[in-house]
Design a protein around this ligand. Structure first.
Ligand code: ATP
Ligand code: MG
Length: 547
């Protein structure tokens, strides 16, 4: 894979570090998901940045699960996370767990106590919150703040030994209750949770807090540049404080923050996405409407398009909202020159060409990809009975409608001009079929007399048509009245269609352009009996123009 992320401010920092010989010129990053859900497109940005930066500098990137909270994690997500990273095209150096380092973290906490830099506090969570102060007022020191080293050590060991109930005591770093940075006002670094951990079982009933654990994890692994999102900017002084005071490491890692990805029409919180899965609003984490990597994959997105999107979004410090049109633009651009076209009609209308010989079929030539002549052509059957798209016929034409309507002539792409002579109705008034005539002299422009038609439509031969299920997806979330995103009741419109015979050979995951409709993929999951299912990846064009 060539360079994944365009040059950015983080790379400038790394360039300077390498020039000054910091970290011996090495680059070691990590991607640290919490295994409490599937990865989404926001994570893809972090993955491309962390793995892509390591690739760019010939460095390494670890996959490290943040499993410091025993009650929240669920290992079922681990396989999904790994599949997604591999699918995006990246390889981790090591697969690790934060919980692998609980012993070192515990030792680090005792080191802080011995240095007089941590104390056991009996205050409740509410009291700690209440005495934290505000942006304009300092916090209030806890009555436990001046416990002796010996007392703190003994109590911390008792915490570890299980002598206290959840919430009865915590270990706090002793920093500065008057710090202008609230994160530095004696943050809690260990708490009691009597719950088994998927990795360490019942060994621990005290667990380190993220702000204490993360710098230690980074340092143990020899991470050089610990890249995270902006909400951790105010936590960086604490990150640096832990590394300095624990002091096990000669050249501590540095935390660098970037703005998280926000996308229009998209909610990117694992908690919210999980709620949609649990309440049945979607069919699963990999529902093609989900912004998860698994959902995008099933929708038909390619890893190339997602990497391209992440590169184009770029990396900055300022939060911004990215138009989802950019993501769609990336997949269109990726597919437009590499997938073959297929003739498929939705809401089919039958056309009988009354002057075409009965029982005869001819093969007509159509392009595989109109942008790429080298992709050649293919032959598709044409005969007296064909299907056209429901949208290509109007009994009473609207203004500027140039497709089929009674009395009008159109070009059938690859075949002939046909003219609508009569509309045959069912007893209920619906259209049964259109009786048309064709002009044999207009085949693919041959023998054509210069007569012009304004509309071009496509077709599927009726005798050989393959029934297909078409799932037309649109945004899962749309803006509600107050501007907030709400579920879109029309995010999936399922249609029956007919396709040219070759579609029967489509493999799950294979992508096509459905001529005049959009890009589609054969669904990876619903592959059982019955008509093959195709998901709309994206429509053919949009008003979106990348800057
Ligand atoms: P969520 O709020 O969606 O659950 P999270 O930040 O809690 O996300 P983690 O599993 O903790 O999810 O994230 C792993 C990494 O991915 C972190 O480094 C985090 O900063 C990064 N990340 C998560 N969401 C985004 C996003 N929208 N844009 C960029 N990076 C993100
Ligand atoms: Mg998180």
């Amino acid at each position: 894979m060539s360079e994944v992320m365009a040059n950015n401010f983080i790379h400038n920092i790394i360039d300077e570090d390498r020039a000054s010989g910091k970290y011996g010129g090495e680059v070691y990053t990590r991607f640290p998901p919490e295994p409490n859900g599937y990865l989404h497109i926001g994570h893809a940005k972090s993955i491309c940045l962390n793995f892509g930066t390591a690739l760019k500098y010939g460095g390494k990137c670890n996959l490290r699960y943040d499993d410091t909270n025993p009650v929240k994690e669920d290992v079922e997500y681990v396989d999904a996370i790994e599949d997604d990273i591999r699918w995006l095209g990246f390889k981790w150096e090591k697969q690790l767990w934060a919980s692998d380092y609980f012993d070192t973290m515990y030792k680090a906490a005792e080191t802080l106590i011995e240095k007089g830099l941590a104390y056991v506090d009996d205050s409740s969570a509410e009291e700690i919150k209440r005495t934290r102060g505000t942006l304009t007022e300092p916090g209030i020191e806890s009555p436990c703040r001046n416990r002796s080293v010996e007392e703190n050590l003994a109590m911390f060991r008792d915490m570890k030994a299980g002598k206290y109930a959840d919430g009865e005591k915590v270990l706090r770093a002793k920093i500065d209750m008057a710090s202008p940075n609230i994160n530095m006002r004696d943050p809690v670094i260990y708490r009691i949770v009597h719950a088994p951990h998927h990795n360490t079982g019942d060994k621990w009933c005290i667990y380190p807090m993220y702000d204490f654990a993360h710098p230690i994890e980074d340092a143990i692994e020899g991470i050089t540049h610990s890249i995270c999102t902006m909400e951790f900017e105010d936590h960086r002084p604490l990150y640096d404080w832990v590394l300095k005071e624990v002091g096990f490491w000669p050249e501590p890692p540095q935390q660098i923050e970037f703005a998280r990805l926000n996308l229009t029409n998209t909610v990117m919180s694992k908690r919210y996405l999980k709620a949609l899965v649990d309440d049945g609003s979607v069919t699963g984490w990999d529902d093609p409407r989900m912004p998860t990597i698994a959902g995008l994959r099933r929708r038909g997105y390619t890893p190339e398009a997602i990497r391209d999107f992440c590169a184009r979004v770029g990396v900055a410090k300022a939060n911004s909202m990215v138009d989802i049109g950019l993501l769609e633009h990336c997949i269109r651009e990726d597919l437009q020159n590499r997938v073959e076209s297929r003739n498929v009609v939705e809401d089919p209308v039958k056309v009988v060409i009354t002057n075409y010989p009965e029982g005869e079929t001819e093969m007509v030539e159509v392009e595989n990809n109109k942008n790429v002549p080298e992709m050649g052509t293919r032959q598709i059957p044409f005969s007296r009975e064909i299907y056209v798209d429901g949208a290509d016929f109007m009994e009473v034409p609207a203004k500027k409608y140039f497709r089929l309507f009674p009395g009008n002539e159109v070009r059938v792409k690859g075949a002939y001009f046909i003219k609508c002579e009569e509309v045959v109705k069912n007893p209920d008034g619906s259209v049964k079929e259109l009786l048309c005539t064709y002009d044999p002299a207009t085949k693919s422009g041959e023998g054509f007399d210069g007569r012009k038609v304004k509309g071009t439509i496509h077709f599927v031969d009726a005798a050989t048509a393959v029934p297909v299920k078409i799932r037309n997806y649109s945004y899962l979330m749309v803006e509600g009245e107050d501007g907030k995103l709400v579920l879109n009741p029309e995010s999936l419109v399922e249609k029956d269609g007919f396709a040219e015979p070759l579609i029967a050979e489509a493999k799950p995951g294979e992508r096509f352009q459905f001529f005049r409709h959009g890009y589609y993929v054969r669904d990876l999951k619903d592959t059982g009996e019955g008509a093959p299912v195709f998901n709309r990846i994206v429509d053919l064009k949009s008003g979106y123009k990348p800057k």
